[in-house]
Design a protein around this ligand. Structure first.
Ligand code: C5P
Length: 227
């Protein structure tokens, strides 16, 4: 079997990462969640007081990007790659609403994007990866062997996120979760530098009516058909 680069892009809360993780497992590939890198930069900004009144202090963050060491380390217990910031496991912290609410404004900063994209490209040199994000098929790996663009309606995505928070014991009003989903879509697809958009050669996968297993099966079918 050929060594592939599989690029999975799409809207937030489409289950992209869960699906990419399972897909990688089935193929014996490495899964890389590129969104975790933007989230980690956001956490660093919070930890270092580089966000004031919901404003990112861009001029202060940019020169400090080289202080941010992002790594993924495999945890055999849950069979997952976990995110580390300067040697500290931040996997849980980067998923909270605080980071989620500021990650898109951080991800519009060109220097932040260049920093994360360089790291992503480095992780892809040996191929055999499934990378999920917003611009993997357009910018990070324009020559990816397989490109899939996943979407679902905003309400369904907000509902999924809402239930996820609920399972974690967090009660966040549905309206707030929906507003965050819609706002992130808007910022991600209208930003000037490397916006979220379907690559011309990406296959569209709408999983509004598919569960996780069905989404994985649909992706595997796309890979078989297009490879
Ligand atoms: O995938 P996830 O929702 O964790 O990504 C968080 C945020 O990071 C997105 O809303 C987007 O603003 C940004 N992102 C990006 N490019 C990527 C991956 C994520 O701009 N490749």
């Amino acid at each position: 079997k050929q060594d592939l680069i599989i690029a999975i892009d799409g809207h937030s809360s489409t289950g992209k990462s869960s699906m990419s993780k399972l897909l990688a497992k089935q193929l014996g590939y490495t899964h890389i969640d590129s969104g975790a890198m933007y989230r980690t930069v956001t956490l660093f900004a919070f930890q270092n007081d580089l966000i004031e009144n919901n404003q990112v202090l861009v001029d202060q963050l940019v020169p400090r990007l080289d202080e941010i060491l992002i790594e993924f380390r495999y945890n055999a217990d849950n069979n997952c790659n976990e995110t580390y910031l300067n040697g500290v496991n931040v996997e849980e912290e980067i998923r909270g609403l605080q980071v989620s609410s500021m990650v898109s404004p951080i991800a519009v900063i060109p220097e932040v994007r260049d920093y994360c994209v360089a790291l992503q490209q480095k992780m892809g040199v040996n191929k055999r990866i499934v990378m999920d994000g917003r611009d993997i098929g357009t910018t990070v790996f324009p020559n990816a062997d397989i490109k899939i663009f996943i979407t679902a309606s905003a309400e369904i995505r907000a509902k999924r996120r809402f239930l996820e928070y609920e399972r974690e014991g967090k009660t966040i009003p549905f309206d707030e979760v929906l507003a965050n989903v819609i706002e992130r879509d808007h910022i991600d697809s209208t930003r000037e530098y490397s916006p979220l958009r379907k690559a011309d050669d990406a296959i569209l996968l709408d999983n509004s009516n598919l569960n996780l297993e069905e989404t994985v099966a649909a992706a595997l079918k796309i890979i078989q058909e297009h490879n």
